[in-house]
Design a binder for this molecule. Structure first.
Ligand code: AMP
Length: 288
């Protein structure tokens, strides 16, 4: 496994892969790797001749006051995990190379970034994400790129960007990987104070409650949202950031639950912001 830190070297390597007509999978990450990331890596290495992950804690997607400084960084363990999971190259650029001084260009997906995390964190968060992913696509030139359904809005936004800007890459969205008790894996889980860990499950429980209501025939999103919201607000130390029932394509709220919807939520617990979601329709799926 190679570690590439230099942008020119990454470009040259990408060129070599293309010239030899090998396929290339890219898994963009911010490191602090867990089983969610590993599932993406394994899929990438299974489907491509060369599997590349990027590890870059992207400063531009953190809004002022967010957790950029405390975001977990576990470089040595990450290198080991990547090596064990079929990764051929870790691309680990320096922030000052990714964002040269006086840079003035960004990539913005407009409508899809207004709701959900775009509403609570600000659209600037997604501007940071799409800008860095566009740069990674340009540098690595992947055949396929792998993203997790855990960040459902991010996956939809990236798919839109790739279409709109004609990136010759197939975007593959992989299922959410969970801890055994159901908590969606996240690098931020490491920062949950132990006394809050059990209570962090409240968002997952609310989503499951929503699913049960849909399974029981409920089609009014207001009724479902209220029941889920009440469950979360039952714990007064948990801040409910948002809980929305939206179309999985447009991310706009739905009036009636007559087709597949995305139920997505975000909470803050013990100073840590967690997100989770499920896809559900009147005919299921009942499991995830
Ligand atoms: P991050 O390092 O948090 O930026 O995540 C890198 C990629 O891993 C993103 O595409 C995430 O959606 C994906 N990912 C993070 N957590 C999970 C999870 N629990 N299951 C599946 N994919 C995940």
């Amino acid at each position: 496994m190679r570690i590439i830190e230099n942008l020119a070297e990454m470009r040259e390597t990408a060129k070599g892969i293309a010239v030899s007509r090998r396929s290339c999978g890219l898994v963009p990450t911010m490191g602090a790797l867990h089983d969610g990331h590993l599932s993406l890596m394994r899929r990438s290495s299974g489907e491509n001749d060369v599997s590349i992950i990027s590890i870059f804690v992207n400063p531009t997607q953190f809004m002022p006051g967010e957790d950029f400084d405390s975001y977990p960084r576990t470089w040595e363990a990450d290198v080991e995990a990547a090596e064990k999971n079929g990764v051929d190259i870790i691309f680990h650029p320096a922030p000052e190379d990714m964002y040269p001084s006086r840079s003035q260009t960004s990539v913005m997906v407009h409508g899809l970034t207004r709701s959900l995390c775009g509403m609570s964190r600000g659209q600037g968060h997604f501007r940071g994400v799409t800008t860095v992913v566009a740069k990674l696509f340009n540098l690595v030139q992947p055949t396929r790129a792998y993203f997790g359904q855990k960040d459902a809005q991010q996956a939809v936004v990236i798919q839109r960007m790739a279409l709109d800007l004609n990136f010759p890459v197939e975007i593959i969205v992989c299922p959410i990987v969970r801890e055994t008790d159901g908590l969606a894996m996240s690098s931020r889980n490491r920062n949950i104070p132990p006394e809050y860990r059990q209570r962090a499950l409240v968002l997952r429980q609310a989503l499951q409650l929503g699913r049960e209501l849909v399974q029981g025939g409920e089609t009014d999103p207001v009724v479902i949202s209220n029941a889920m919201g009440e469950h979360i607000l039952g714990d007064n130390e948990i801040e409910l950031d948002y809980l929305e029932i939206v179309s999985p394509e447009t991310l706009e709220t739905v009036e009636k639950l007559d087709d597949l919807v995305l139920i997505a939520g975000a909470i803050k617990i013990g100073g840590v912001r967690l997100i989770d979601n499920i896809l559900i329709g009147p005919n299921g799926p009942w499991e995830d």
